[in-house]
Design a protein around this ligand. Structure first.
Ligand SMILES: *Cc1c(COP(=O)(O)O)cnc(C)c1O
Length: 393
């Protein structure tokens, strides 16, 4: 398989830094490489593979869907997207309309556009500013990139989409200064993922809700990473009881197939008209059929209770790791972060040698986002291997 790695260098655009491993197969929470080595997976394809690898039910649903209609475009009715939309509305706790997209970034692009239209319809020109927060990650397309305040991601691509104001995460005074009458939307992750696993406090989210209401701005929760069962609630906002006007979902939505969704309240949906926004591929029957099976499974109360229980067990066991390099364990459910005082990338590298797929969230935070179906025995093994790795420092 060394030829695959060489060919990767020769033929693929070099924007990813990959370890010298070629993954060929997966079962449950275990990945296998081309040399037959097994790895416990704590990355889950970046919080995507909530039901793990080769889930029998998903495989069956995908095989059935693959034998049927793949694509006809959004010019026509198809059943799977409609069924999925109904399921998302029924389980959302706040939304009444859904619009499908292709990924997390494009879901956020849609949500930002809907907010612009909402403000223009109700207030005319001038109310177009978007407020996002420090350490946020909303994607790499132009709108979502402008709301992702990271010079490393932004600088080479300037000028960015204008109209974005950045406030300090979890600081209500900073948010209040930014959220004025010229703001159409506030976008925030209830639990920040890429930015280092930082949870928004319930008081902060409630404060944002109040500020949005006071200025008729729309509150967008980016639950691309923290939503759909990851925190042990179906939606992360339900952990603190503050409902948004728009919610974006993607990563785990279609079990590893690319799909995003924007959930919204009626007052948002009411301003959007035929032709205002569209996508050729979004919400196709193949991905939507798989996504419906994913959402049905994850939304079972017993499934979510297991995520909460396992998350607590994992967090406790991580806190017991006796290493001077672990400064803090934070996060909820099965989205946890270890604040380290050593480079997280080095620990990720060492993980491969110990049969562990790890992922970082910034330079010094190790992120644990295993499949939600990971077993207790596998979690034990994860902690043991991580403990062994950290002992070598
Ligand atoms: C990954 C991520 C995105 C971007 O999703 P893509 O599918 O990579 O476009 C947006 N927001 C959050 C919170 C994410 O974690």
């Amino acid at each position: 398989m060394d030829d695959i790695i060489q060919m990767e260098h020769d033929y693929l655009l070099q924007v990813y830094s990959r370890p010298d491993i070629v993954f060929t197969d997966g079962r449950g929470s275990t990945l296998y490489d081309s040399r037959g080595r097994a790895y416990l997976d704590c990355a889950a394809g970046i919080a995507v593979n909530a039901l793990g690898y080769a889930d029998p039910e998903l495989t069956e649903v995908a095989q059935q869907a693959a034998a049927g209609l793949w694509h006809v475009s959004n010019l026509y009715h198809t059943a799977p997207a409609v069924r999925l939309a109904r399921l998302l509305v029924e389980t959302s706790g706040f939304a009444q309309r859904v619009h499908f997209s292709l990924c997390g970034a494009s879901a956020n692009e849609g949500a930002l556009k809907f907010a612009r239209k909402y403000a223009r319809t109700r207030h005319g020109e001038g109310k177009f500013h978007i407020v996002s927060f420090s350490n946020a990650f909303h994607g790499r397309l132009f709108g979502s990139l402008a709301a992702t305040p990271r010079p490393k991601y932004q600088q080479a691509f300037e000028p960015l989409m204008p109209g974005v104001r950045v406030a300090e995460f979890n600081s209500l005074p900073s948010a209040a200064a930014a959220i004025q009458d010229d703001v159409c939307a506030v976008i925030v992750e209830p639990l920040q993922g890429e930015g280092g696993i930082h949870a928004a406090t319930p008081a902060f989210l409630q404060g944002l809700r109040d500020l949005c209401d006071a200025h008729d701005a729309l509150l967008i929760f980016d639950e691309v990473q923290c939503g759909l069962g990851r925190t042990g609630a179906l939606w992360a906002w339900q952990d603190c009881g503050v409902a948004p006007d728009l919610l974006t979902s993607a990563k785990p939505l279609a079990g590893g197939l690319p799909m995003g969704a924007i959930l919204m309240t009626p007052r948002v949906a009411d301003v959007m008209a035929v032709g205002d926004h569209a996508s050729t591929f979004a919400g196709g029957p193949f991905v939507a059929a798989v996504a419906e099976a994913v959402v049905r499974r994850i939304s079972q109360p017993a499934f979510l209770a297991e995520v909460r229980r396992k998350g607590e067990v994992l967090k406790e066991r991580l806190q017991e790791i006796n290493s001077p390099h672990v400064l803090e364990v934070r996060g909820r459910g099965l989205l946890l972060g270890l604040q380290l005082d050593i480079p997280a990338g080095d620990v990720v590298k060492a993980g491969f040698e110990h049969g562990l797929v790890l992922i970082n969230a910034g330079p010094d935070v190790l992120r644990l986002a295993p499949p939600l179906v990971i077993t207790d025995a596998e979690l034990d093994a994860v902690v043991e291997r991580l403990d062994a790795i950290l002992k070598t420092w």
